[in-house]
Design a protein around this ligand. Structure first.
Ligand SMILES: C[S@@+](CC[C@H](N)C(=O)[O-])C[C@H]1O[C@@H](n2cnc3c(N)ncnc32)[C@H](O)[C@@H]1O
Length: 463
C-alpha cells in the first residue's frame, strides 16, 4: 500500500503517494454524495471514479473503499465512539466521513496504519482544510492504538457489530431466518459480482465478453443472465450500446414468474400481450417484459422516476413497446380488468439488495417494514382490480422482512382468495416456498441472487 509523507513514511514515491490520496478522495466523494444527496451508492461511486480519472488498480481500491465504508458505517461509528471524546453527531459530517474512511482501513482494510492515517490526513487537508488535520490525525492514531482492546459486546449487539447491520435488522432476520440469520446477513456483505441481462443473443454476448478477456458465463437460472465477475459495467461496450444491461438474476426471475408457461418456442409472449408494471422505475423489469414481446404500460409515482423508465427503454431499444405514465398505483388511472399481466414490484426496505447498495441498511428505520408492508398491500389490492379474468398478478419486493413479504401475500390471499389463487413457481425459481407462504423468498446465501420475494397469482376465469 502506498504511504503518504504525512504518514511518517520515508522513501515513498511522491507520484504513488498522490495516487494513494486520490483514490481515498474519490471514495470520500462517493460516500459524501450518498450521505448528502441520498444518492444510490452504485451511481455515486461511478460518478466519483469518472471524475477522479484513476487507473485500474486505484479505481478498484477506491470503489471498494467507498462501498465498505458505507457497509460498515455503524461498526465504524461504534469504534470511533471509543476514541472521540464528544458525541459523533457533533462532528462535522464531512470530517466524520474522513474518519470513517480511515477507520475502515484500520479495522478491516489490510492497510498499514501509517498509510491509513496519513492518507486520511491528506484527504482532510484537501477536502476540508488544514483545521481538520490535527483532529483526524489524533482520532485515527488513537483508534490504531485501541483497535485490539475495543470492548466488542457479545449477544445480538455483538452480531450486529460483527456483521455490520443495525440491531433491528438482526432482530428481523432472526425472526425470519432463525439459525440461518448469520448466513443470510453475511451473504449480504459479499461482493455480488456483475450480472448482465442480455438484450439479444446471450451466447454471442458471452463469447464477446470472453474474447475481451472476461471470465463470463451464462447464468444458471434465467435464460438471459450472464455472470461477469469483476467486470465494471461502465467499461463494457455491450452495456454502452444497449445490448446488455446490469441486472441481478433475481429481478429477471420476477419477470419469468409473470410470464412462465406463456412464451412460445422462440421465447416470445403472445402478440401484444398487455402488461402493467405498476412500480416501474428505473425500468429493469418493464424493458425485460418489452424485450419478450409484451406491450408494457409502465407506471411510477414520481415523474422524475417515471422518466428514468423512458430513458432505459430508449437505451435498450424497446421504446415502441413501453408506454410510461407517472401515476400513483394506489389510485390507479388504468381501466379495471384491462391487463393480462400486472406486476407490482413494490417499494420496500431493500434489505435484499444490500450486497449492491450497502448503505440501505443504515437508511431504514425499525418501523419501515410494517409501514411499507401496509403500502405494498394497498398497491397489490389496487393492482388486482386491473387484472383481466384468467390474468396474472405478481407481487415482488427486494427484501425479506416478514411484514413486507409473506405477511402481504398472505393478507392478500385472505382477502381475495375467492378470485385469486397462488400458482407454483418452483419451475421458474428452482424451488418452492416454505409451508404456509404463498410466495418464495430468494436469498443470497442459498440462491446466489438478491434477496427477492416473489408471489404469483392467477385471477379465476369467471371471477
Ligand atoms: C423496487 S422499485 C421498482 C423497480 C423496477 N420495477 C425495476 O425493475 O426497475 C419501486 C418503485 O415504486 C415506486 N413507487 C412508490 N410508491 C408508488 C406508488 N404509490 N405508485 C407507483 N409507484 C410507486 C418508486 O418510485 C420506485 O421507483
Amino acid at each position: 500500500m502506498v504511504e503518504s509523507p504525512a504518514a511518517g513514511g520515508t522513501g515513498t514515491d511522491p507520484a504513488r503517494t498522490e495516487i494513494g490520496v486520490a483514490a481515498r478522495r474519490a471514495a470520500w466523494h462517493a460516500v459524501r454524495r450518498v450521505h448528502v444527496e441520498g444518492a444510490w451508492s452504485p451511481p455515486a461511486v461511478a460518478a466519483a471514479l469518472r471524475a477522479a480519472r484513476l487507473d485500474g488498480r486505484d479505481r478498484a481500491f477506491a470503489a471498494n473503499l467507498a462501498y465498505e465504508t458505507l457497509r460498515w458505517e455503524g461498526t465504524l461509528d461504534w469504534a470511533l465512539g471509543h476514541v472521540v471524546r464528544r458525541p459523533l453527531a457533533q462532528i462535522e459530517a464531512d470530517i466524520l466521513d474522513v474518519l470513517r474512511i480511515g477507520a475502515w482501513q484500520l479495522l478491516h482494510g489490510n492497510v498499514p496504519d501509517r498509510a491509513a492515517v496519513g492518507t486520511a490526513v491528506e484527504l482532510a487537508r484537501a477536502e476540508v482544510g488544514p483545521r481538520a488535520i490535527g483532529f483526524v490525525n489524533g482520532v485515527l492514531r488513537g483508534l490504531a492504538r485501541r483497535r485490539d482492546t475495543l470492548p466488542w459486546p457479545s449477544g445480538e449487539r455483538g452480531t450486529a457489530l460483527r456483521l455490520a447491520y443495525p440491531d433491528w435488522v438482526v432482530a428481523e432476520a432472526r425472526r425470519r431466518f432463525g439459525a440461518r440469520t448469520e448466513a443470510v446477513l453475511e451473504a449480504g456483505n459479499a461482493a455480488p459480482g456483475l450480472t448482465l441481462r442480455a438484450v439479444g443473443d446471450r451466447d454471442a454476448l458471452v463469447e464477446e465478453l470472453r474474447a475481451a478477456g472476461y471470465d463470463a458465463r451464462a447464468g444458471e437460472r434465467s435464460p438471459e443472465a450472464v455472470r461477469v465477475p469483476g467486470a465494471d459495467p461502465g467499461r463494457l461496450p455491450a452495456v454502452a450500446e444497449g445490448r446488455a444491461t446490469p441486472q441481478d438474476e433475481a429481478s429477471m426471475l420476477v419477470v419469468r414468474a409473470l410470464v412462465s408457461d406463456l412464451l412460445d418456442e422462440h421465447g416470445r409472449l403472445p402478440p401484444d400481450w398487455p402488461v402493467l408494471d405498476a412500480c416501474a422505475a428505473p425500468g429493469g423489469k418493464s424493458t425485460h417484459l418489452a424485450g419478450l414481446g409484451g406491450q408494457v404500460a409502465a407506471g411510477d409515482l414520481r415523474p422524475v422516476r417515471a422518466s428514468l423508465v423512458a430513458q432505459t427503454a430508449a437505451q435498450l431499444g424497446v421504446s415502441d413497446r413501453v408506454r410510461v405514465v407517472a401515476a400513483d398505483a394506489t389510485a390507479s388511472p388504468w381501466c379495471p380488468s384491462s391487463f393480462a399481466g400486472v406486476l407490482v414490484d413494490a417499494p420496500c426496505t431493500g434489505l435484499g439488495v444490500v450486497r449492491r447498495r450497502p448503505e440501505l441498511r443504515w437508511r431504514r428505520a425499525p418501523e419501515d417494514p410494517v409501514r411499507l408492508g401496509a403500502l405494498q398491500l394497498r398497491l397489490l389490492e389496487s393492482a388486482a382490480t386491473l387484472v383481466r379474468p384468467a390474468g396474472r398478478l405478481v407481487y415482488s419486493a427486494c427484501t425479506w422482512t416478514t411484514a413486507e413479504t409473506v405477511d402481504v401475500a398472505t393478507a392478500f390471499l385472505a382477502a381475495h382468495g375467492d378470485r385469486f389463487t397462488a400458482y407454483d413457481l418452483s419451475g421458474v425459481l428452482g424451488r418452492s416456498g416454505l409451508a404456509g407462504d404463498p410466495g418464495v423468498q430468494l436469498a443470497p446465501d442459498v440462491d446466489d441472487v438478491d434477496g427477492m420475494y416473489v408471489a404469483a397469482f392467477t385471477r379465476a376465469p369467471d371471477a
